[in-house]
Design a protein around this ligand. Structure first.
Ligand code: C2E
Ligand code: CA
Ligand code: CA
Length: 512
C-alpha cells in the first residue's frame, strides 16, 4: 500500500480486484459448464456406442445360433432331399429299438433301392438324376405316417423306420405303397421317366434283436428282391437267416480257399468253325471243395464280388492261367487265353501294372491274353473303365465284351470303348434254331461288329444245328458244349495235344 494512497484509491483498487476475481470465477464457471457439457455429450455418445455394441452382440449371437442350427441340420440331413441321412437314420433306428424294448413294441426297417438308377444318371445327366431322387424322396415322405422316418442312406438307397405296436404288418403296407407310388412316371421337364425299385424289410424283435443285425437282415431281404429280378418286395424270414449264415460261412471258407490256391481255372475250347480248329480257351473258375465237391462260379463269384476277395481271386486266376497255358501258346497250339475280369477288379488300383507284371513274370505275350468284361462294369464308371481298357490295349491285350445282347448294349458305349471282340450271349445260340427273330438279331450283331471292326464269338453252342445257323449268320468263332465243356488242366492238355495243326485266330477272322 502506498503512503500517498487515498481512501478513494484503495476503494478503487479493491473494486478492480473484485472485478478481476469475479471475471475469473465467471470464466471458471463457464469452463466448468463447457466441460460438463462435453462430458455429457461424451457420455451420451458412449451410451449410443454401448447400445450399438449390445445390438451387434445380439445380432451376432443370433447369426451364430442360426449357423449352428444349420450345421446341425446338415449333419443330420441329406443335403439334396433333406431326408435324414445315414448317420441320423441309424441313430433314430437305435433309439427306436431301445424304446421298443422297454415298451414291448416293434420296429420295422425297410430298405428301398432304385433299380438301374445309374442308367438315368448316365443317359440324362446328373441334373435329371437329382430331380428323380427329389421326387422319390417326396413320394416316400408322403407314404410315411407319424413315427415313421424316411431317410436317404446314400446314392439311390433309401430307408424307412417304422415304429409300431407288436405284431403289426405295417411294413408290408409301406412296401406295397412304395412299389405303387414309384411305378408312376416321374416328370423331369420334357422327360417322363419310369423308375422301379426293390424293397426289403426285417423287423425287431421278430427277426433281429439289435440294430446291426436288423440292418443286415433288411439288406439281405433287399438283395433277395434284386436277385428275384427287381421291382418287388421281400420280407426277411427264418429260411433267409439260415441262408445268410451259410453264405457267411461259405465266404470265410472261400477266403481261405483263394489264399490256399484252391480256386482253379478250367478251360473251355473256343473253335473256328471254318477250320474246325481250336483257337483259344476261356478260363472258368472252379472251386474244389473238400466236402462239397466241385463248386461252380455262379455260387462263389457273386460272393467274392461283394468284397475285395474278387481281386485276389482274379489275380490268382490270371497268374495260374498264364503259368499253365504258356507252354501251349509258346508251342503254337493255342492263340490266346480268355479270362473274365470282374468290374470290381478292373476298378482296383494298379490293375494294369499288376497284370503287366504277371505277364512279364511268365514271359506270356500280351497279345495272347484276352480279358472279358461285362456291361455292368461300364455302368459303374465309364470313364475309368475306358481309360483302363485303353491301357490294356496299349500293352497289346485284347478286350472282349461278354454276354453281349443281354444287358443294355448301348451303342454309344460300344463305339466309345476300346474293344476287340463281342461275345454273343448264349441265349441267342439257344433260340436260334427255333426263333427267326433270334437269327435276325444275330445277323444284325455280326453286321454291327463288322462295321466297328470287331470280331464275334458265339457262346453256348450245344448242337450241330445251332453251330450251322450261327456260321450262316457270319459267326465263325464259337464256344459251347458241342465243342467241349470247361475242363481241368490235364484234360485240356490232352485235348490240345490231340489237335496237331493249330489255325491262327487272326487268320480265321480275317477270312470271315
Ligand atoms: P461266362 O463268362 O458267360 O462263362 C460262360 C458260362 O457258360 C460258363 O459257366 C460255361 O461253363 C457256360 N457254358 C459254356 N458252354 C455252354 C453251353 O454250351 N451251354 C450252356 N448252357 N452253358 C455253357 P460257368 O463256368 O458256370 O461260369 C459262369 C459265370 O461265372 C461266367 O459266365 C462268368 O461270368 C463267371 N466266371 C467264371 N469264372 C470266372 C472268373 O475267373 N472270374 C470272374 N470274374 N468271373 C468268372
Ligand atoms: Ca466269359
Ligand atoms: Ca458269357
Amino acid at each position: 500500500m502506498l503512503e500517498t494512497d487515498t481512501p478513494g484509491d484503495r476503494v478503487a483498487r479493491l473494486e478492480r480486484r473484485l472485478k478481476r476475481e469475479r471475471r475469473a470465477r465467471e470464466e471458471a464457471e463457464w469452463l466448468l459448464e463447457a466441460k460438463s457439457l462435453e462430458l455429457y455429450n461424451a457420455n451420451n455418445h458412449l451410451t449410443v456406442l454401448a447400445n450399438d455394441l449390445e445390438m451387434r452382440v445380439l445380432d451376432r449371437t443370433h447369426e451364430l445360433e442360426v449357423s449352428r442350427q444349420q450345421a446341425l441340420f446338415l449333419a443330420e440331413r441329406d443335403p439334396l432331399t433333406t431326408l435324414a441321412n445315414r448317420v441320423s437314420f441309424t441313430r433314430d433306428l437305435e433309439a427306436a429299438i431301445r424304446e421298443a424294448r422297454v415298451q414291448s413294441g416293434m420296429v420295422q426297417l425297410l430298405f428301398v433301392d432304385l433299380d438301374r438308377f445309374k442308367e438315368i444318371n448316365d443317359n440324362y445327366g446328373h441334373a435329371v438324376g437329382d430331380a428323380v431322387l427329389l421326387e422319390v424322396a417326396a413320394r416316400l415322405r408322403a407314404i410315411c405316417r407319424e413315427r415313421e422316418v424316411p431317410g436317404r442312406l446314400g446314392g439311390d438307397e433309401f430307408g424307412v423306420i417304422c415304429v409300431t405296436p407288436a405284431h403289426s404288418e405295417r411294413a408290408r403296407q409301406i412296401a406295397a405303397d412304395v412299389m405303387e407310388v414309384m411305378s408312376r412316371p416321374i416328370d423331369c421337364g420334357r422327360l417322363q421317366l419310369i423308375v422301379s425299385c426293390s424293397v426289403g424289410f426285417a423287423s425287431f424283435p421278430r427277426n433281429a434283436v439289435d440294430s446291426p443285425t436288423l440292418q443286415r437282415f433288411a439288406d439281405f431281404a433287399l438283395y433277395h428282391s434284386k436277385s428275384a429280378g427287381r421291382s418287388t418286395w421281400t420280407e426277411f424270414d427264418d429260411t433267409m437267416a439260415g441262408e445268410l449264415q451259410s453264405r457267411q460261412g461259405l465266404e470265410a471258407e472261400l477266403r481261405t480257399a483263394v489264399a490256399a490256391g484252391e480256386i482253379e481255372p478250367w478251360y473251355q475250347p473256343i473253335i473256328s468253325t471254318k477250320s474246325n480248329e481250336i483257337v483259344g480257351v476261356e478260363a472258368l473258375a472252379r472251386w474244389q471243395h473238400a466236402e462239397r465237391g466241385l463248386i461252380l462260379p455262379g455260387l462263389f463269384i457273386p460272393l467274392a464280388e461283394e468284397s475285395s476277395l474278387i481281386v485276389e481271386l482274379g489275380r490268382a486266376m490270371i497268374d495260374r492261367c498264364c503259368r499253365e497255358m504258356h507252354p501251349f501258346i509258346r508251342d503254337g497250339h493255342l492263340d490266346y487265353v480268355s479270362i473274365n475280369l470282374s468290374p470290381r477288379h478292373l476298378r482296383s488300383s494298379s490293375v494294369v501294372e499288376h497284370i503287366a507284371a504277371t505277364l512279364a513274370h511268365h514271359h506270356f505275350p500280351p497279345s495272347a491274353l484276352q480279358l472279358e468284361i461285362t456291361e455292368s462294369l461300364l455302368l459303374i464308371d465309364f470313364e475309368q473303365a475306358q481309360e483302363c481298357l485303353s491301357r490294356f490295349r496299349a500293352l497289346g491285350i485284347r478286350i472282349a465284351l461278354d454276354d453281349f445282347g443281354t444287358g443294355y448294349s448301348s451303342l454309344s458305349y460300344i463305339r466309345r470303348l476300346p474293344l476287340d471282340v463281342i461275345k454273343i450271349d448264349r441265349s441267342f445260340a439257344r433260340d436260334i434254331s427255333a426263333d427267326q427273330q433270334a437269327e435276325a438279331v444275330v445277323k444284325a450283331i455280326v453286321q454291327l461288329a463288322q462295321a466297328l471292326e470287331l470280331r464275334v464269338i458265339a457262346e453256348g453252342v450245344e448242337t450241330e444245328s445251332q453251330a450251322l445257323r450261327l456260321t450262316s449268320c457270319g459267326c465263325f468263332v464259337q464256344q459251347g458244349y458241342l465243342f467241349g465243356r470247361p475242363m481241368p488242366l490235364n484234360e485240356i492238355t490232352r485235348y490240345l495235344e490231340a489237335r496237331a495243326n493249330p489255325t491262327p485266330f487272326a487268320q480265321n477272322i480275317s477270312a470271315s
